[in-house]
Design a binder for this molecule. Structure first.
Ligand SMILES: [Zn+2]
Length: 264
């Protein structure tokens, strides 16, 4: 029997962070993430790079090394209020700026103001966006059924409580689960509570059972799982993707390398 219940390195739990707007407070937040081995995705408005209180284009590659740079649209408009022409401009200019700054293809996003509609999603997909985070939270640990409506587990205000519940699950079960925390780094400065996120990262960090991933790594991994090809007698599994995938096969974790076929 084949079951899709494993993540990278055969792990069954993921932690990811998602921060919006690219203010200078991201610098301190990245330092904390790096200290505890936590991975994050940073959704930037490239039209504001270098403006007062915002990070600069030049620091993107060094600051976010090991993390993900993602879209938040060029100048933070309401996505559902844009004509098609503006949507194209807001996404493609943002993609060009960020891709030039970070040197890889940028196809993730979070919705400015959490503003999303089915129509906006159709337009965004046509512009190469593959996932986008809302501002809704579930306080649950499920994977999204639709990556264009990716709801987080919690805003960082509730992160300690939800993280404690998540950590308790590590010993209890092997269900594959995701803890997804989102927010804005300037909130820590405004509310003078940097120690709260440090406490959360300290609790979550350094655990062998957890895959610390960026948003796009999770999307790419789950897409690779969906693309696996299984023979009719279920004795052959082929992975046509560029990402190695782990599955449970007859009760053991089996790695299917990128491009490989495994036979039993
Ligand atoms: Zn924003």
């Amino acid at each position: 029997m084949i079951i899709f219940d494993k993540f990278q390195d055969g792990k069954s739990k993921i932690v990811t962070m998602s921060y919006d707007d690219g203010t200078i407070h991201d610098r301190r937040l990245v330092e904390i993430f790096n200290k505890y081995g936590i991975k994050g995705t940073f959704h930037l408005n490239s039209g504001f790079l270098g403006h007062d209180g915002r990070i600069t284009a030049d620091e993107i590659t060094t600051l976010f090394k090991g993390h993900e740079v993602s879209l938040h649209m060029l100048t933070h408009p309401f996505p559902t209020k844009l004509p098609e022409e503006s949507m194209v401009y807001q996404i493609m200019e943002d993609r060009k700026n960020l891709e030039h700054a970070c040197g890889y293809i940028v196809k993730g996003m979070s919705y400015p103001y959490g503003d999303v509609s089915d129509d906006a999603v159709t337009k965004l997909r046509n512009l190469g966006v593959v996932y986008s985070r809302t501002t809704h939270v579930t306080h649950g640990f499920g994977l999204p059924t639709n990556f264009m409506y990716w709801n987080g587990t919690c805003h960082h205000h509730d992160a300690l409580e939800d993280s404690k519940r998540f950590i308790e699950l590590l010993d209890r079960d092997n269900h594959h689960q995701l803890l997804y925390i989102w927010g804005h780094s300037y909130e820590f400065d405004r509310e003078n509570n940097w120690e709260d996120i440090e406490q959360v990262c300290k609790l979550l960090g350094g655990r062998d059972e957890i895959w610390y991933a960026t948003n796009i790594e999770i999307y790419n991994y789950m897409t690779a799982v969906r693309r696996l090809e299984i023979s009719a007698d279920m004795r052959m599994v082929h992975n046509p993707s560029a990402v190695p995938v782990w599955i449970t096969w007859d009760d053991e974790a089996v790695k299917i390398d990128a491009g490989a076929t495994v036979t039993k």
